[in-house]
Design a protein around this ligand. Structure first.
Ligand SMILES: NC(=O)N[C@@H](O)C(=O)O
Ligand code: NI
Length: 164
């Protein structure tokens, strides 16, 4: 039986080694549209490589998961970053692992605050999109292009992801 991973609140600091947290906390970088709109500018490090690679926006509509959640697999995208931007105010689960010599280390689980999005850096080990509410609709910004941009590791024994 693998460890139980307790979910922590997502913070920019804790997530920094893995990617960026996107939110509209605090003062916007710029007021636009006659002062009626705050622009929170250039929040994520979008990074894509490989011939003919380009950035794309896709929509994901995912079934929700329930807690405790059985984490059977993590993946990474060696050729590009991947951003999950929720199209609702529902918090969702974000799971990452440090890299240990090309393999995923011990998983960490975070719960987003309402409206927060995330961007995984290229090569970050992560759990797949994991909504906890439906309709589980997200805008996903990631790499479109040829080449193998998906590496999966299936755990011999799933980890249990649970509320703290
Ligand atoms: N496969 C796919 O497009 N999505 C995954 O990369 C994911 O992280 O959900
Ligand atoms: Ni992914």
């Amino acid at each position: 039986m693998s460890d139980i991973i307790h979910i922590k609140p997502l913070t920019k600091e804790a997530f920094a080694p893995f990617g960026e947290v996107l939110d509209t906390d605090g003062t916007p970088d710029k007021l636009i549209n006659q002062g009626l709109c705050g622009r929170y500018h250039d929040l994520a490090n979008l990074d894509f490589s490989g011939a003919d690679a380009r950035v794309g926006i896709s929509l994901f509509k995912s079934q929700k998961r329930t807690l405790p959640y059985s984490l059977e697999m993590v993946e990474r995208h060696p050729l590009g970053s991947q951003a999950f931007l929720p199209m609702s105010q529902d918090p969702f689960l974000v799971i990452v692992c440090p890299d240990e010599n090309g393999k995923p280390g011990h998983p960490m689980a975070f719960l987003t605050s309402p409206g927060q999005g995330i961007n995984f850096h290229r090569g970050t080990w992560h759990g797949v999109l994991t909504p906890l509410s439906e309709p589980g609709q997200f805008a996903v910004i990631d790499r479109i292009g040829d080449g193998d941009n998906l590496e999966e590791v299936w755990f011999d024994t799933p980890y249990v992801i649970a509320k703290a």
